[in-house]
Design a protein around this ligand. Structure first.
Ligand code: ADP
Ligand code: MG
Length: 271
């Protein structure tokens, strides 16, 4: 093989490698079977919006991707790497073994997650909240972490609120700090779980604007949200979940032209 053939082969495999590939994912909590065979592929640099009624398993699915829950069946790959497990040589063949905490933590560094409730440390300023993980988890020097945190807070439009405590910030500002906090860990993928659901209506827009600009910067994102306008405008892929399965999946056009009755019904209730 010539060098250019090798390079081309690499480029073509890299381009085809999904950021996330979930295959027949199942999750049960005791006898409660919550996810019943979810398949999903997320390509790098794309935005996937997951829609679905309450209780359909959306949060559980995101939590599985981020290894906040353990999977009951199926596989999830992030960047081509199986999460939670590794193959080890044993006797004549290879067996799957669960990863240890350190290995799980390393895989989780690829993912940033933003929740409905922002859970900022109340006794720390915005800047300190964003610096916390880079300093204490990644062991970055304080100065470097500070510069990074300032840059991420500027990115979410809070460059003038560095020294404010959470209680001095609006809900929308607090959620933007939470986004900056996730970004400061330099994730490859951002997972959003109803990031605007806890906000007063007038504060939703500023958070969606930050998410929109992240998408425009090419961030790979998976967002659970009921913001249909955002989904229509920003998503590359829409996934409608109900009852622990993906009922319908497609481009943003499926919002205006749903084919599955359950999706149609859901849209009539949220639009
Ligand atoms: P959604 O985010 O779509 O509203 P969830 O993933 O939060 O749905 O929940 C799906 C189902 O799983 C619900 O019935 C919920 O009560 C249940 N569930 C979620 N987490 C747990 C848990 N830790 N233990 C038991 N049941 C859970
Ligand atoms: Mg949820």
């Amino acid at each position: 093989m010539t060098i250019s053939e090798v390079t081309n082969a690499r480029i073509s495999t890299d381009a085809a490698q999904p950021a996330i590939k979930a295959t027949q994912v199942h999750k049960a909590f005791g006898s409660l079977h919550v996810l019943k065979g979810v398949d999903l592929t997320v390509m790098p640099g794309t935005v996937t919006v997951i829609l679905g009624p309450s209780g359909s398993g959306k949060s559980t699915f995101l939590r599985l991707i981020n290894q906040l829950e353990t999977i009951t069946g199926g596989t999830i790959e992030v960047d081509g790497e199986l999460i939670g497990y590794k193959y080890v040589n044993k006797g004549s063949g290879q067996v799957l073994q669960t990863l240890n905490d350190k290995e799980v933590a390393k895989q989780r560094e690829k993912l940033g997650m933003v929740f409905q409730r922002f859970n900022l440390f109340p006794h720390m300023t915005a800047l300190e909240n964003v610096m916390e993980a880079p300093v204490h988890v990644q062991r970055k020097p304080k100065k470097e972490a500070r510069d990074l945190a300032v840059a991420e807070l500027q990115r979410v439009g809070l460059g003038d609120r560095l020294d404010y405590y959470p209680a001095q910030l609006s809900g929308g500002q607090q959620q933007r700090v939470a986004i900056a906090r996730a970004l400061a860990m330099k994730p490859e993928i951002m997972l959003f779980d109803e990031p605007t659901s806890a906000l007063d209506p007038e504060l939703v827009g500023e958070v969606l604007n930050v998410m929109r600009s992240l998408a425009n910067d090419g961030m790979t994102m998976v967002c659970v949200t009921h913001e249909i306008g955002f989904a229509r405008e920003v998503a590359d892929q829409i996934v409608f979940m109900d009852g622990g399965v993906v009922v319908e999946k497609g481009g943003p056009d499926i919002i205006d032209h749903p084919s599955e009755p359950r999706f149609k019904d859901f849209l009539q209730h949220v639009l």
